[in-house]
Design a protein around this ligand. Structure first.
Ligand code: MRU
Length: 358
């Protein structure tokens, strides 16, 4: 963990705890400006998640965990020994910030478990230790799954990624971009083609920034350009992250991932989903049960603060879609790899079964 806040955030700095406050790299303005915002109030952390200051499923989970630390501190300051009752409103506000990324609920549940073990005294230090552990474990999980994913790539190839599943979307190193980093270090990666990812442009703003920061070759392309690239034959894998993986291996990820997976199937290109097990939700049987966030249509009607569509134009803005397990060749987690995912294989993975199951 960093002991001081750098002047400008690097890709590894989505969320940092320093001197009693949470610092979030403002992902809405990167890479044009690199700034931290400072948080001391849990309600403001919930707003930061909702407003995309921090985004990416694991980074949202890590941030929520720090938000619970702030909530515990505030509850003890206002209610003393009754802090466990007083904290509830803030826990609910954090849980209501975004609906799809299950890492949010996973982190809050884990913090709740810790709360359950505590007595009536000031919980701040114990909660902080738990949040720091969640952060550290996510970073370690990404390193591990990055290496496991890279092992699946048999020969040097170009890859396509969608959205940003990088260090800035996680506790560090990245999931899809963790695989990219490990594959690049192993000499197995030619070039990353990053879909720009309308409407928030996570690919253009964040993936391109991260990979250029690390000196990994990256080419930006419009979301609609993937099919024409696949025809050329240089792309061996589509590698993406996930916001929630259902018990049958269906994968929710950034809107457009489903279409990309269909294109990959048609062109004989493999699809890898890289995510820590905190993204797996065994409580939802299939992707049909995953709540899909719909955001304000204004995000689509304008770009960079400039109105694009005619006044009165109707728009829909679902920000995630579900890729059926049948289109996924590998789910890569820190616990192991699931090839051609099925309900049985996911259950084996999550109940501590085989390291790699095909
Ligand atoms: O809306 P976002 O930017 O939070 O969506 C992020 C994604 O879809 C990522 O691919 C996913 O969270 C995995 S991040 C490691």
């Amino acid at each position: 963990m960093k002991t001081a806040i750098p002047t400008t955030p690097t890709p590894d700095d989505a969320a940092l705890w320093h001197a009693g406050a949470l610092y979030l790299a403002d992902q809405r303005i990167l890479p044009e400006r690199a700034e931290f915002l400072r948080y001391e109030r849990p309600g403001e952390v919930a707003e930061a998640i909702r407003d995309m200051v921090v985004r990416g499923a694991p980074a949202i989970g890590v941030t929520a965990a720090y938000g619970v630390v702030l909530a515990g501190r505030a509850a003890y300051a206002s209610a003393g020994a009754d802090w466990k009752t007083a904290i509830e409103t803030d826990l609910e506000r954090l849980a209501a910030s975004r609906p799809t990324a299950v890492n949010l609920f996973w982190a809050i549940r884990r913090m709740r478990d810790r709360i359950g073990q505590l007595d009536a005294s000031d919980p701040t230090q114990a909660l902080l230790e738990e949040a720091l552990a969640i952060h550290q474990e996510d970073r370690a999980a990404n390193r591990r799954l990055g290496d496991l994913g890279a092992e699946l790539i048999e020969r040097p190839t170009d890859i396509i990624t969608h959205c940003n599943a990088g260090a800035i979307a996680t506790g560090g190193y990245g999931t899809a971009l963790g695989v990219v980093r490990s594959a690049y270090a192993a000499g197995k990666l030619g070039r990353v083609y990053a879909d720009e990812t309308r409407p928030w442009m996570q690919g253009a703003r964040l993936t391109a920034w991260e990979l250029m920061h690390d000196g990994i070759p990256v080419t930006l392309q419009a979301d609609g350009a993937a099919a024409s690239l696949m025809v050329g034959g240089s792309v061996g894998w589509v590698i993406v992250g996930s916001d929630r993986i259902a018990a049958n291996g269906d994968v929710a990820n950034k809107i457009g991932t489903y279409g990309l997976a269909i294109l990959a199937k048609y062109h004989g290109i493999k699809v890898m989903v890289a995510a820590p097990t905190s993204t797996v939700d065994m409580d939802v049987a299939s992707g049909a049960e995953i709540p899909i966030e719909e955001r304000d249509p204004q995000e689509l009607l304008s770009c960079g603060g400039r109105r694009l569509a005619p006044a009165g134009c109707v728009a829909r803005n679902p920000v995630f879609d579900v890729t059926p397990a049948a289109l996924v060749d590998a789910i890569v987690t820190e616990r192991g790899v699931v090839l051609d995912p099925t309900r049985e294989k996911m259950l084996e993975l999550m109940s501590g079964g085989a390291h790699a199951s095909g």
